[in-house]
Design a protein around this ligand. Structure first.
Ligand SMILES: Nc1ncnc2c1ncn2[C@@H]1O[C@H](COP(=O)(O)OP(=O)(O)OP(=O)(O)O)[C@@H](O)[C@H]1O
Length: 353
C-alpha cells in the first residue's frame, strides 16, 4: 500500500530526513512519533507530494509519488499541521470546493459531503463561516476535507493538537472508525495517543528511524529486563533465599525502608520470562506472604525518552529487541569506562596523599 525506500530530504546542508524506509499495509494505523524537529512533517509532506525529496522512492498504492503524482495523490487525503481552510467560506462551500478539486462526481457530491459532515460531527455548523468556528470545529473541518473522496490513505499531521479532551476522544474514535476502510498515518508527539489507536509505531529522531514495532512489542522488548515490584512479609534473608532459588531471576533489589515487617523489593528477569507464578510458590513455601506484586515494565514514555535521548550514532534496526540490547550494551560499556576512570582518579588521589 505505502512503500518508502531510503528517503532523504536536505534543506540546504540540513538533513531533515535521513535514509528513512518503511512499508505500511492496507487498513493499518501507523503512528509517527518523534520530538519537535524530528522530521515528521517533512516526511508527511513528501508522502503527500507537497514537497520533493532529495533522494529515495515513495509509492502509494503502486504509484510513484514523483513519477505519477496525479495518480498517487488521488489515493491520499491529507490533514496538514495547519489545515488550509478558506476562512471566508461556509463549511459546506469549502467542502464543495474540495470535492470539486478532488473531481468527485457531481451526482455523488452532496450525499458524500453530508455523510462526511455527519461522521466528523460538523452538520450543525455547515452554514457557518469557517472563521467563526472554534479551533476544535476547524480541526474537524480539516479532517472532513481530508476524507472527501474517501481516499485509500489518510495522512494526519498532529490531528488532535489544540483540542479539548472531549474533542480528542471524538477525533480518536473517528480515526479508529476510518481505519476500517482506510490506511492511516498520523503524526504525534503524544505517546498515549499513539499507543491508544495505532497498530504500528515508528519513532524517529533527527530524521532517522530509531525503531518500528507494535506499541505492545515496544514495551515488551525495549523494556528489556522486566521488573516485578514486591511487598512481602518476612525476614529479608528468608525472602532473598526463596527468590534466589528461581533461576529466571537475574537481579534482586531490596529497598531500604521496610515497615511493619514488610520488605519491599524488585525482582528482575529476562524479557521473555514470566516469573510471577514461581515467585508466588517460592514465597509461599518460605511462609512469606505477598502483600503486593505488580510489574514495573517501562512505559511508552520511558521508551521514547530512552530512545530519543540516545547518542547521535544510535544503531537503526527494525528489531527493537536487538536495538535495545545494543544500546544497553553501549550504556554498560560507557558505565564501565566511567567506573574505571573514577577508580584511576581515586588511586591517583590516594597516591598523592
Ligand atoms: N522549509 C524548511 N527549510 C529549512 N529547514 C526546515 C524546513 N522545514 C523543516 N525544516 C527543518 O527540518 C527539521 C525537521 O522539521 P519537521 O517540521 O519535519 O519536524 P517535525 O518532526 O514535524 O517537528 P514538529 O513536531 O515540531 O512539527 C527541523 O530541524 C526543521 O527546522
Amino acid at each position: 500500500m505505502i512503500e518508502v525506500k531510503h528517503l532523504v530530504k536536505k534543506y540546504g546542508e540540513h538533513l531533515a530526513v535521513d535514509d528513512l524506509s518503511f512499508t505500511l499495509e492496507k487498513g493499518q494505523i501507523l503512528g509517527f512519533l518523534g520530538p519537535n524537529g524530528a522530521g515528521k512533517s517533512t516526511t508527511m509532506n513528501i508522502l503527500t507530494g507537497y514537497i520533493s525529496a532529495t533522494e529515495g522512492i515513495v509509492t502509494i498504492n503502486g504509484h510513484d509519488i514523483f513519477d505519477e503524482p496525479e495518480e498517487a495523490k488521488k489515493c491520499i487525503g491529507y490533514l496538514p499541521e495547519l489545515p488550509p481552510l478558506y476562512q471566508d467560506m461556509t463549511v459546506r462551500e469549502y467542502l464543495n470546493f474540495v470535492a470539486d478539486i478532488k473531481s468527485v462526481k457531481k451526482n455523488e457530491k452532496r450525499k458524500m459531503i453530508d455523510r462526511i459532515m455527519r461522521m466528523t460531527k460538523i452538520t450543525d455548523v455547515s452554514e457557518r463561516l469557517i472563521k467563526q468556528l472554534s479551533k476544535g470545529y476547524k480541526q474537524r473541518v480539516g479532517l472532513a476535507q481530508a476524507i472527501i473522496g474517501f481516499p485509500e490513505v489518510i495522512i494526519l499531521d498532529e490531528p488532535t493538537v489544540g483540542l479539548d479532551p472531549m474533542q480528542i476522544i471524538e477525533i480518536r474514535d473517528l480515526i479508529k472508525e476510518l481505519s476500517k476502510d482506510h490506511t492511516i498515518i498520523l503524526s504525534s508527539h503524544i505517546l498515549s495517543e499513539v499507543s491508544a489507536i495505532c497498530d504500528k509505531v515508528m519513532i524517529i529522531n533527527k530524521g532517522r528511524l530509531i525503531v518500528s514495532d507494535t506499541p505492545d512489542n515496544l514495551s515488551k522488548h525495549i523494556g528489556g529486563s522486566q521488573g516485578l515490584h514486591l511487598e512481602v512479609k518476612g525476614e529479608q534473608a528468608d525472602i532473598k533465599k526463596a527468590l534466589e532459588s528461581i533461576p529466571e531471576i537475574t537481579k534482586l533489589e531490596f529497598e531500604k525502608s521496610s515497615k511493619g515487617g514488610i520488605v519491599k523489593l524488585s525482582a528482575y528477569s529476562a524479557e521473555e520470562s514470566d516469573i510471577r507464578e514461581a515467585v508466588f510458590y517460592a514465597l509461599s513455601d518460605a511462609k512469606c506472604p505477598i502483600y503486593d506484586m505488580h510489574s514495573t515494565k517501562m512505559s511508552l514514555e520511558d521508551i521514547f525518552l530512552e530512545l530519543t535521548q540516545e547518542k547521535e550514532n544510535v544503531h537503526v534496526s527494525k528489531n527493537s529487541n536487538r536495538l535495545f540490547r545494543r544500546s544497553k550494551q553501549k550504556n554498560e560499556e560507557e558505565l564501565a569506562a566511567l567506573g574505571e576512570e573514577i577508580n584511576n582518579q581515586e588511586s591517583e588521589h590516594k597516591e598523592e596523599n
